[in-house]
Design a protein around this ligand. Structure first.
Ligand code: 13P
Length: 251
């Protein structure tokens, strides 16, 4: 039985004061961590405030990115070693915004996955096709290839414990959600890819999220799909009542 995981991705929104206020507004009403995992991914500058506010609550904390080296002359980058020392649980990697705007390659993202595990955190690895790729009938092949490249060299135990987020680029921030069936179709491809690369036991354990215009009105239907274990949510995660509705999709 895979534990549901609903994660907000605030992107480059919110400041430390808003972060503290947000957590104070939700912390008493979060589902118990052993039933549903609630996660917020915040900009690096907000993480100290987020970690402080989340202490002793059922909220887990994600960074939105990190570098693949622990330390060195990498001006402006964020060390995964430091994130772990601070108490961060998850790191989102391979988001399409990072692939597209910051030219991250499959190889960079794979190195980040290794660095995150080395530093005792869990990657939330994102994949997903553009509209052009979908319309060319190549979505399955594209996503399967991203997963294959992104997981290179990871152990079966590591992959069993990680999270893979399928986020079709055409559904991000557009209000245009993939239908629950479309989301399920590609999430199943992600799981089959993991089964092919590892085995069915690993594939049965890895948690797969769908992301792209998830909101309180559609979360239940999406979460009802067989291969979807969670949501990675941008816009609808930035308002406390909406975030609480999402994490309580099951109520
Ligand atoms: P939206 O929920 O705003 O579409 O964003 C999805 C996303 O990119 C989460 O990582």
């Amino acid at each position: 039985m895979r534990k549901p995981i609903i994660a907000g991705n605030w992107k480059m929104n919110m400041n430390p004061t808003q972060t503290t206020e947000f957590v104070n507004a939700i912390k008493a009403n979060l589902p118990k961590f052993d039933q549903t995992e609630s996660v917020i991914g915040a900009p690096a500058v907000d993480l100290p405030a987020l970690l402080e506010a989340a202490k002793g609550t059922d909220l887990k904390v994600a960074a939105e990115n990190c570098y693949f080296e622990d330390a060195g002359a990498f001006t402006g980058e964020t060390s995964p070693k430091t994130l772990n020392e601070m108490g961060v649980d998850y790191v989102i990697i391979g988001h399409s915004e990072r692939r597209d705007y910051f030219h991250e390659t499959d190889e960079d993202i794979n190195k980040k996955a290794h660095a995150i595990f080395k530093n005792n955190m869990t990657p939330i690895f994102c994949c997903g096709e553009s509209l052009e790729t979908r319309e060319a009938g190549k979505a399955e092949e594209w996503v399967s290839n991203q997963v294959t490249e992104g997981l290179k060299g990871l152990s079966a135990d590591q992959v069993s414990s990680m999270v893979i987020a399928y986020e079709p680029i055409w559904a991000i921030g557009t209000g245009k959600t993939a239908s629950a069936d479309q989301a399920q179709e590609i999430c199943a491809v992600v799981r089959q890819t993991v089964a092919k690369l590892y085995d069915q036991t690993v594939a049965d354990k890895v948690r797969i999220q769908y992301g792209g215009s998830v909101k309180p009105a559609n979360v239940k239907e999406i979460m009802g799909k067989e291969d979807i274990d969670g949501g990675l949510v941008g816009g609808a995660s930035m308002e406390p009542a909406s975030f609480l509705d999402l994490v309580h999709f099951n109520d």
